[in-house]
Design a protein around this ligand. Structure first.
Ligand code: A2P
Length: 272
């Protein structure tokens, strides 16, 4: 059973999940099937990934829907209104075809639209209507989280943001801790680019592990969740096996020194 985190709404979330961003629709059914067979219980999708039909098909074929956490996200571009949210939610719901979703997220706050609080109210209604179990956000900053909490009184279950040793997001993680929000990392392996770092290779060699496992164990040790993507069966297994690795304090000091602020994906400021 994968390591679990408890969300602020009382539900459990496996700390490691399988991310479906940049998984080609033609490969998605196989990746989801392999991930479930490898032991993943959290599979992270989004309307924007354009593979929800294949994602849902694999979940139904597995016969294990009840053991899985299925997520999707509202994209919000070009239109970020409550009406569009409801249309997009129904579309994801139908395309996935797996019943109520486990987690539904606002993909980007897009602050220039000025509607994210209203969209958040829409998510609250979807939860009250039993269409989704937990509601959450992605790529939100501290000020935006504060507004959601102050104006609706409902704290997101998690905030999914880019994070890896180059971009540990300490300030945001501290805010999350204070408010009971789980930090969930997207591109937790820095899109694979970070794995060539000599420090990670060195630590991995000392433990008979791989750089990807070292990075994922680091995410777990920070108390967060991470949704690495891989289209390879062996890597899906390798990544989940990070749970059994143990890092030393010295390993953590060396990984902490890797912080550079480097991003491997879009910044929230670029998604208006
Ligand atoms: P692939 O899908 O070919 O396995 P992130 O989750 O940070 O966005 O990183 C995803 C990238 O890292 C993908 O290019 C993926 O390639 C690669 N990747 C995922 N797991 C591993 C691993 N265990 N070892 C090496 N590369 C990996």
């Amino acid at each position: 059973m994968p390591q679990q985190l408890t969300l602020n709404d009382g539900h459990q979330l496996p700390a490691l999940g399988c991310g479906l961003y940049k998984v080609d629709p033609a490969a998605t059914e196989q990746v989801v099937t392999d991930a479930i067979a490898a032991g993943y219980r959290l599979i992270d999708g989004a309307a924007f990934y354009a593979n929800e039909v294949e994602f849902g098909r694999a979940v139904r074929a597995s016969g294990q829907r009840d053991r899985l956490l299925i997520t999707s996200k509202f994209w919000g571009d070009p239109i970020m209104t409550r009406d569009q949210l409801l249309l997009d939610f129904e579309r994801s719901f139908d395309e996935l075809g797996v019943g109520p979703l486990d987690v539904y997220l606002i993909h980007w706050p897009r602050p220039s639209r000025g509607t994210y609080v209203d969209i958040w109210r829409g998510l609250i209604e979807l939860r009250e209507a039993g269409r989704v179990r937990s509601i959450a956000v992605s790529n939100f900053g501290i000020e935006e989280l504060r507004r959601l909490i102050d104006e609706t009184g409902v704290v997101p279950a998690l905030n999914q943001v880019e994070s890896h040793p180059w971009l540990p997001q300490h300030e945001l993680r501290a805010f999350h801790r204070e408010h009971g929000i789980v930090t969930q990392a997207w591109s937790p392996l820095g899109r694979g680019q970070i794995l060539a770092e000599p420090v990670l290779q060195d630590i991995a060699a000392a433990h008979g592990a791989t750089p990807a496992q070292v990075v994922l164990r680091w995410h777990l040790d920070l108390g967060g969740s991470a949704v690495p993507k891989s289209t390879h069966r062996a890597r899906l297994r390798e990544n989940l096996a990070a749970e059994s690795l143990q890092l030393t304090d010295d390993d953590h000091r060396r990984i902490a020194a890797m912080e550079s602020g480097r991003r491997t994906g879009s910044s929230p400021a670029s998604r208006q």
